[in-house]
Write a protein that binds this ligand. Structure first.
Ligand code: GAL
Length: 423
C-alpha cells in the first residue's frame, strides 16, 4: 500500500509550478487509499490526526497525507484550488463553513446521503453544523469537531505567582495583563498573522456589544453596526491589546505563541481551543498547569467553527475508501478519541464527556448551553459567519489596523467599505 507524504507549502502553488504541471503530476491514489488535504501540522494537530490515520489503518484504508502548513487554512485552500483546477481533487479536504458550501455550489462534492441515512447523521449532528455539511438536501461533508474561538489560555504558575484571579470583565483583563507585563513577562503571546488577529477580534467584538452586536455585525453584515460607535470601541480595544504583545509578534505561528505560555514566558494566549492540543502535547494538565476560560465579557456566548472533511467527487473505484473515511469520522467512539486530543468537542450531540478533561467538559457544556439559549454564533475569523470574500475583507482591515495603518475610527469606516465591496 502506498505510504506517501507530500510536503506541500505555499511555494508549491507558485503559478510557474502549476504551469509546469507539478500539481497535476501528484502520484495516483490507490483505490484502497484516501488522499487527505489538511492544515494540521502543529504538534497537537498532528497527534489528533494520527488518531484518524490509525483508525483507518485498522480498517484497511491507507492514508496519503497532503499537509499544507498555515493555521486557519488559507494556504490549504489555495493549494486545493490549484489541485481541482488541475483536475486532480483529493479524496477529502479539511474545510470550514462557507468554503464547504462554495465547493458544493460548484458541484465538486460527493453525495454522502446513503451512509448518512444508514448512520442517522440527521438526528445526531447539531443543526448549526448541518447548515454547512449539507447542500440542497445532500450530505457533502463529515464534521469531525466543534472548536470555539473565544478562549483564553493562561499559564497558571504566572497567575498564582502574581495573585491574579481569572478575569471576567474587560477591566479585569487589562488589570491582569498590566500586572503580567510589569512583572517582566510577555503579557499576551500572539502571532501577527491576519487570521490570528481576526481570531482575537471575534472575541473583542463579542465582549464589546454581546450577541446582538456580534450578530448584526458579522452575521447580518449590517453597515450601521459595522461602522458604528461600538465597532470603533472594538478597534480601540484591539489597540489596547496591541500594547501587551512582544516586539517579535509579527508573522509568528500560533503554536509558537502557545509555546510561550507553555514555557512560562508569556501569561496568556487568546486562541481557539486547538491551542489546548499544544498544552496537552507538552504534557500539561488543565487547572494544574494551565487555565482555560472564556474571553472576559463573552462568558455566556460561544463563537464556533467546525472542521469538516468535505468529500470530493472521485472515481467509483475510490468511493468505497471515501465512504469508509466518512463513516469512521462520524463514529461516536472516534469523535471522543479524536477530540480529546485535538482540544475541540464532538460534532455529535450523543457523545459522552467522560473521557474529556476539565476544559473539554466545560467546552461541551457551554456549547450545549449556548446552542439552546441562542448565543451560539459562527466565527467570522474561521469561516462560519460569512463567505470567504467577506472574511478576507475583514482580515485585511483588522490586520492593517492592528499594525497601525489607521486609527480606530478609520478602521470602522474601512470595515464598512471592505465588507460592502466583498459582497
Ligand atoms: C482552525 C481549525 C483548527 C486549527 C486551527 C489552527 O481554522 O479549525 O482545527 O487547525 O485552524 O491551525
Amino acid at each position: 500500500m502506498t505510504r506517501l507524504t507530500l510536503k506541500l507549502t505555499t511555494s508549491f502553488v507558485a503559478p510557474g509550478l502549476v504551469a509546469l504541471g507539478l500539481i497535476a503530476a501528484a502520484p495516483a491514489v490507490q483505490a484502497e487509499d484516501v488522499e487527505v488535504l489538511h492544515w494540521w501540522t502543529s504538534g497537537g494537530e498532528a497527534a489528533a490526526l494520527n488518531v484518524l490515520k490509525e483508525d483507518l489503518e485498522g480498517k484497511g484504508v491507507g492514508w496519503q497525507d497532503m499537509p499544507v502548513a498555515g493555521g486557519g487554512g488559507e494556504q490549504a485552500m489555495t493549494v486545493l484550488r490549484a489541485r481541482v483546477t488541475a483536475g486532480n481533487a483529493p479524496t477529502a479536504v479539511q474545510m470550514l463553513g462557507f468554503d464547504i458550501q462554495d465547493w458544493a455550489q460548484e458541484g465538486a462534492l460527493a453525495d454522502l446521503n446513503t451512509v448518512a441515512a444508514e448512520e442517522n447523521w440527521d438526528t445526531v449532528v447539531p443543526a448549526a453544523l448541518q447548515r454547512f455539511a449539507k447542500h440542497d438536501g445532500k450530505w457533502i461533508s463529515a464534521p469531525v469537531n466543534v472548536h470555539s474561538t473565544n478562549w483564553v489560555w493562561a499559564n497558571k504558575k504566572i497567575f498564582d505567582e502574581l495573585g491574579i484571579a481569572q478575569p471576567t470583565s474587560w477591566d479585569e483583563l487589562i488589570a491582569a495583563l498590566t500586572k503580567i507585563k510589569d512583572a517582566g513577562y510577555v503579557a499576551v503571546a500572539h502571532g501577527g498573522q491576519a487570521w490570528q488577529d481576526a481570531t482575537i477580534f471575534d472575541a473583542v467584538v463579542m465582549s464589546v456589544g454581546g450577541p446582538e452586536f456580534y450578530k448584526a455585525a458579522f452575521i447580518d453584515l449590517d453597515p450601521d453596526t459595522l461602522g458604528g460607535a461600538q465597532m470603533v470601541e472594538a478597534f480601540e480595544r484591539m489597540e489596547t491589546l496591541r500594547g501587551f504583545v512582544d516586539e517579535n509578534f509579527s508573522g509568528r505561528d500560533w503554536n509558537l505563541a502557545s509555546a510561550m505560555v507553555i514555557e512560562g514566558k508569556a501569561g496568556v494566549q487568546f486562541m481557539g481551543d486547538w491551542a489546548k492540543g499544544e498544552f496537552l502535547k507538552a504534557g500539561l494538565t488543565p487547572d494544574q498547569d494551565f487555565l482555560c476560560f472564556r474571553f472576559p465579557g463573552t462568558q455566556d456566548t460561544v463563537t464556533f467553527n467546525s472542521d469538516q472533511f468535505a468529500m470530493f467527487s472521485v472515481g467509483e473505484e475510490r468511493r468505497d475508501a471515501q465512504v469508509k473515511l466518512a463513516s469512521s469520522i462520524m463514529a461516536p467512539s472516534f469523535q471522543s478519541a479524536f477530540n480529546v486530543v485535538k482540544g475541540s468537542v464532538p460534532a455529535r450531540t450523543d457523545v459522552s464527556d467522560a473521557d474529556f478533561d476539565a476544559c473539554g467538559k466545560k467546552g461541551m457544556a457551554e456549547l450545549a448551553a449556548a446552542s439552546s439559549s441562542g448565543t451560539l454564533f459562527g466565527s467570522m475569523a474561521h469561516g462560519h459567519a460569512a463567505p470567504a470574500a467577506v472574511k478576507n475583507a475583514v482580515y485585511d482591515v483588522v490586520t492593517a489596523h492592528f499594525n497601525g495603518e489607521f486609527d480606530a475610527a478609520t478602521a470602522a469606516e474601512e470595515l464598512v467599505n471592505a465588507v460592502d465591496g466583498a459582497q
